[in-house]
Design a protein around this ligand. Sequence first.
Ligand code: C2E
Ligand code: CA
Ligand code: CA
Length: 926
Amino acid sequence: MERPYTYWGFVWLPVILLFVFWAQWSGSLKGLQNALDEQRMQLYERPASQDIVYLSIDKASLDRVGLWPWPRSKTAEIVDRLVAAGAADIVLDLDLSTASSQGADERLEQALAKAGGRVILPVRYDPTAGRAGGFVLPYPALIDKTRLGVSDIPVQTDGFARTLPYERMVDGRFVPSVATLLSRDSVQPGSHLVIDYAISPTTIPTYSAVDLLDGEIDPGKLRGKSVIVGTHAVEVGANYIVPVHGMLPSPLVQILAAETLMQDRSLRSVPSTPILAFFTLLLFALSWSRRFSELSHQLIICFGLAAFVSVAAFVLQKRFAILLPTAPVQVLLWLYAVTRALNELTVRRWKVLQTSIEASNMRHMLTRIIGDSSDAILIVDEDGMVLETSRRAPEILGFDPGLNPMRRLSKLVPTELVISAKDSIRLMQADQWNSAADAEPRLLELPSGRVIEYTTTPSRLSGRRLRFRKIQNHYVACITARDITEKHLQEARLEYMSRFDEMTGAMRRSEFLHRLDNSLLRQRTAEDRWQTVFALNLHRFKTINATLGRSVGDALLQAVVRRLNECQLNLSPTARLGGDIFALFTLDLVSDAEAHTLSRQLAEIVEAPFDLDGIRAQIGVRMGISPVRLDTPTPAATSLSQAELALDDATRKGGSGIVVFDPESFAKQEHAREIERELWSALDRREIHIAYQPQVLLSTGQLVGAEALVRWHHPKMGPISPGEFIAIAEANGFVEKLGRWILHRACEDAVTWPDRVSVSVNVSALQFEREGFVEDVKTALEGADLPPERLHLEFTESAFIEASDDLMKNLRSLHALGISFALDDFGTGFSSFGYLSRFPLDAVKMDQMFVRNLTTDTASQAIVQSIKTLADGLGLTVICEGVETDEQRSFLKLIGCQQGQGFLFGRPQSAADIAELSRCRVSVTA
Ligand code: C2E
Ligand code: CA
Ligand code: CA
């Protein structure tokens, strides 16, 4: 309903306009126009000029003479007397068209002759007369002694005499009208003069003819004046209906016409079309105006315009004798106002209708929505009466649906809901309702045991306006409730499952930590007593699971938890940290000794045989123990992970199976973790380099090769031994990248040495197995342009433990290239002779452990001796590691070992040092 009036302006205004234009052109508005003109004439009265006098043949005159028509001698006497009094023009408005008695006619002719052309005789138009084109003239004897004036007063269709012709064509010549003659105005051919009836006829000097005849009129009053002699209407003669004054006798109308001319009051009309066009535009603008679109404004403007037009017309008519055609404009304005008002009424009615339809639709919709809702919905008023309920409400809230529809809320639902409804209404009444906070869903357990989630929201209904402009508002509350029993149970279950292990009912890790944290006894009674955490791992559980089946395994776990929970050792309930790992903590402070006793008791409890549905099962236990130290930031979490670390140790070590957390081993693990973290970027940071340790012929001391040993110098941790970080690199896979780098580096360094000096590179089992390893070696050789014969690869037996086809293939391809292999650390591992024959080896490296004890321990001597014999049998070179003393060298040389490596011949050093060393032919004399 935006701007309905614009639309209105477009449709109705043209219709109104068409109507007004049609009315104007068809002349339908003439009557109204005349009435308006007349009204304005009534408003301003003008006096007559006093220059024209009416000599009335009134009743007194008729009574005196006694007959009518008068004898012409009387008329002659009047003319004589007027001439004698010095009148200017004398109009005889009497019928003189035919001759009467001869004496009287002569008498008149004499009088007229004596008057000397001062007398004007009337010419009337009378189509029945049949002479002079319908004009009735004075009889001929009079005509040459007088002047002629047309005395016709045309009557309009409505019977009113308003205009007068200036002149008329009579017998082929123009004869001026009496009024024109009297006013001595110049003749304006063809047009009519419009008489201004504002000139008051009562101000025209009027005398009775009898008074003149009796000589009772002061001749001074007639001197120089024009006089019309005529009958007074009521008596005989013609009467005319004129505006303003009603009936007037013909002479007075003539005089008023003459006065109009003399006072220059001939009323001129202006054309209506431009005025109408102007107002049309104005009304179009008005109908479009946003500012004045209100009905009251529009009406005020319409009335204002109408008034303005009236005033303007009045002023123009009064001051300038201009007739403004106001009728069409007034009609236009009135029609505009009326249609506009009607339209407004229609629009308002339509709006009201629309609103009531909308309201009723809305009510229906709401009732439907509420009724059909799957939730329980109750609408309650301030007095606690239920106004509306959804169909499901009785079912969800558990009340009887058959109760009387006007019901008290308190009779249907638990008190909590009644209070909630009351509170919400109270809050809204106090303007304190906060929809975000106060409409939060709340939970309620019904007496039936079902759980509902409900919200209560108040609403304000605008109400009646009371006295003193106060509004009495009404309030309702809407309670929406939903049965969430299932969801609630589900959530409770999920919550339980997040805290407890479903199968055993033991706590989960988070719950364990939570409880431990809450139970921490922060006030110590003694310095050397603390709460203690035990972490247990079932030993041989996996075997039972595998052999007796998972169901037995599950039953065993449940039984373990049950036993631990029932042990009465003042311990927490059991937690299951994973698979077969459990944890408990002491509820009291205990000393180290007491903790140890407790751990033994726990072990006994778990290790006692189980009877699982007829199946006997027995398991061992490994245990890690950690006291809870309150000086760490997270005592619970820290002590649990320490107990687990201790458990790891216990699992590794075997033995009694119980290990107390040792901060030192923990520190070691921390250190290993740090190494792990740092390792990845060590190559990029150029912290890693290679040292080469000389390998010499024991017979001559000649340098024949060098072993590449990787070195890592960390800026903070200092030098880190390969024994430490290689294992980590193998564990996390970094060894691949590192190994490739070492290979390349070693080959590049080796080409700077003499051809007889080879380079030995340690390769871990992981590298060997890789598919691309052969390619890596080839590219390293080709990149450095090193002959394959000068590259030796060292690996330990561990590479062969799970020798795959891929590994064999790799070994063979590399061997085919001309690369030699040495089995490292021989004698320490399995030392299986099988390996020695099955793999394409060229040398064994005797472990330094045997070399170290060589001179003191005969067993070592025997081992070295037999390794040498074995190698000889297989055609393998023996390289002895860790040669530190001359005695060791001499012994090894004596039994015929070919090569030696050790601090005696040289420490691991730079590639340049090796090059330098190789220039001396013999470094250590044989
Ligand atoms: P390994 O292959 O048995 O290397 C020999 C180790 O004995 C080296 O220790 C070396 O410095 C040391 N050694 C040599 N002569 C003597 C001696 O006369 N007396 C004593 N007490 N020790 C001697 P390092 O450099 O600490 O290497 C330890 C282990 O790290 C190596 O044992 C090897 O298994 C591994 N490793 C070193 N470099 C690499 C490498 O580049 N790649 C791979 N995969 N492993 C490497
Ligand atoms: Ca080695
Ligand atoms: Ca070795």
